[in-house]
Design a protein around this ligand. Structure first.
Ligand SMILES: NC(=O)c1ccc[n+]([C@@H]2O[C@H](COP(=O)([O-])OP(=O)(O)OC[C@H]3O[C@@H](n4cnc5c(N)ncnc54)[C@H](O)[C@@H]3O)[C@@H](O)[C@H]2O)c1
Length: 376
């Protein structure tokens, strides 16, 4: 078995740069080729990162591509992942993994029948702060977790993304676009969700693009842009979850877990880092020493320096293939997250409580030592 796996990237849009840059941080992966249905997009990233550009079909035929990284828009995920599995490649997809659980189960069956790995973003739950939260939960720092809150609310995507159409089509909206980060972190901390209820709304029938060559163009909104849900976990914990692109300002924290003996404040699961806070009773207490490489600020966004270790989940899957162990951002875990998101969507549409059919094991924790083992 090789000790570095070749990555072939399909979908050279906005997020591809982050993967191509961050991959240099991780030891078990190396990009060998990029493809896009738009040849110019593939050529641009190939020139910028010193890899070969080609058609998706040519990429799938390459012997040196072990894992196909699927960075196409949500509606294309299932078809591109299916073609890659059919071509005998392992697949790691951006989120949302698929648009409905049936498509996800089909992909899991196909991967299993071919003995191939399938994985999906988000991998931010592997971040140093979220793994500290995981360590504290597992150590019983706040006792049994009774309830919690989780909020991701802003004013949408059309002001910064040059082609924001997919955000407002099925597979988008705050629920399917941002929900995976928050649900994945809740499930890694609390285990699987059993049932959900929800309400949703759409504030505006169209959105106006604010940047890029199509600036000023109105695009249709085909999905709810505000979703408020109550999540019942198998553990008995209930979480109030709101995801909205109809909010200009709010003062609500991204995630708080309320335990029998204290409160755990978890930073934004859309990022790898951020400040964890712990109380025992109502008194804030010091955190244990926590040395984790995925805490370091190594990038910037519009609000300042951030820890961004995107591709950590892909690197963990490559390492898992090499070592013959299970990978953390697994297909079964991603399928459960999609199942929960679809259950929320259905609960809101049908005004009913929806039982979540799938379960999922919590991914194995990734402590500082295990994270360092993935890095160059
Ligand atoms: N943009 C972000 O900040 C961001 C962050 C995290 C995750 N993601 C996720 O990454 C994925 C891609 O997002 P993006 O912002 O890069 O999108 P994008 O629209 O900028 O790029 C998508 C690319 O895929 C190509 N493409 C579409 N269908 C294809 C097909 N069938 N075969 C080959 N190429 C195809 C398009 O030509 C385009 O170049 C989405 O699932 C999104 O949710 C994006």
């Amino acid at each position: 078995m090789k000790d570095v796996l070749g990555i072939g990237l399909i979908g050279c849009g906005v997020i591809s740069k982050a993967y191509l840059e961050r991959a240099r941080t991780f030891s078990p992966i190396s990009f060998v080729a990029v493809a896009d249905r738009d040849e110019t997009a593939a050529r641009r990233q190939a020139d910028a990162f010193g890899v070969e550009a080609m058609s998706p079909a040519a990429l799938l035929a390459r012997e040196d591509v072990d894992i196909v990284l699927n960075l196409t828009p949500p509606a294309a995920h299932a078809a591109v992942s299916t073609a890659a599995l059919e071509a005998g490649k392992h697949v790691y997809s951006e989120k949302p993994f698929v648009l409905d659980p049936a498509a996800g189960r089909g992909l899991l069956d196909l991967a299993a029948s071919k003995g191939l790995r399938l994985g999906s973003a988000p991998d931010t739950f592997l971040g140093g702060s979220h793994q500290l939260a995981r360590h504290l939960v597992d150590a019983g720092a706040i006792g049994r977790i009774v309830s919690g809150t989780c909020f991701v609310m802003n004013h949408g995507m059309e002001h910064w993304h040059p082609s924001p159409d997919f955000f407002y089509r099925p597979g988008g909206g705050p629920l399917f676009d941002l929900g995976p980060y928050y649900l994945a972190n809740l499930v890694q901390l609390l285990g699987p969700v059993r049932r959900v209820s929800a309400l949703s709304a759409t504030a505006h029938p169209t959105r106006r693009i604010g940047v890029g060559p199509r600036i000023g163009e109105d695009i249709p909104v085909d999905v709810p842009t505000t979703v408020q849900a109550l999540l019942g976990f198998a553990s008995g914990t209930s979480i109030l979850f709101a995801a909205s692109w109809d909010v200009w300002q709010h003062d609500l924290a991204p995630m708080a877990l309320y335990g029998e003996t204290g409160t755990l404040h978890v930073p934004d699961p859309n990022f790898f880092g951020g400040t964890v806070r712990l109380t025992q009773g109502s008194e804030e207490v010091a955190l244990p020493d926590w040395d984790h490489p995925f805490l370091r600020n190594n990038s910037r966004n519009s609000k300042g320096p951030v820890a961004d270790f995107r591709a950590a989940g892909l690197a963990d899957m490559a390492q898992a293939i090499i070592e013959g162990r299970s990978h953390r951002c697994s297909d079964a875990f991603a399928l459960h997250v999609i199942d929960v998101l679809c259950a929320i969507d259905r609960a809101a549409r049908e005004d009913t409580v929806v039982q979540v059919a799938s379960g999922a094991d919590r991914p194995e924790a990734l402590d500082g030592h295990a994270a360092r083992a993935l890095m160059v």
